[in-house]
Design a protein around this ligand. Structure first.
Ligand SMILES: [Zn+2]
Length: 144
């Protein structure tokens, strides 16, 4: 087994635990408004669309498209070997639902705008409890 790349792990709180630990069940979870259906990210206690407090975690499809990306060539961290792709992906659930992530299992020169990708999770052990970081890879089931 290769050594796991160094990552700066997020501080997991009750407010964002659904997002960082949803990967344990293979789910990309966001808060969603129970009244109007708006997806909310990053987490906040009020729905920004209708001000409802009826917000709860829900699983998104895990599919996305590449909105924009950059290729990092700088060796910032041990075991995180460049080049690697930092991307903003757009989720189909809602126009403004986006994530900054890494694209994996694809050569940087093969990445394109609007490329169909899907989530995969990598578990990072932490003394305070594992974190599942969401990354994205080319979606072999994409129709377009
Ligand atoms: Zn709402």
């Amino acid at each position: 087994m290769t050594e796991q790349a160094f990552r700066v792990l997020p501080a997991v709180t009750p407010e964002n635990e659904h997002f960082w630990r949803g990967g344990a069940e293979g789910e990309l979870r966001f808060l969603r408004c129970g009244d109007c259906g708006t997806w909310i990210h990053p987490p906040q206690p009020l729905c920004p669309a209708c001000l409802s407090r009826s917000v709860a975690p829900a699983a998104a499809s895990g599919r996305a498209t590449v909105l924009t990306y950059t290729v990092n060539h700088q060796p910032w961290y041990p075991n995180l070997d460049p080049p690697y792709v930092v991307a903003i992906v757009a989720l189909p659930e809602q126009a403004d639902l986006r994530l900054t992530t890494n694209l994996v299992n694809v050569a940087p020169e093969d990445v394109t705008f609007d490329m169909a990708v899907r989530v995969l999770f990598e578990e990072y052990p932490d003394p305070r409890g594992s974190v599942w970081l969401p990354f994205f890879e080319p979606d072999p089931e994409a129709t377009s």
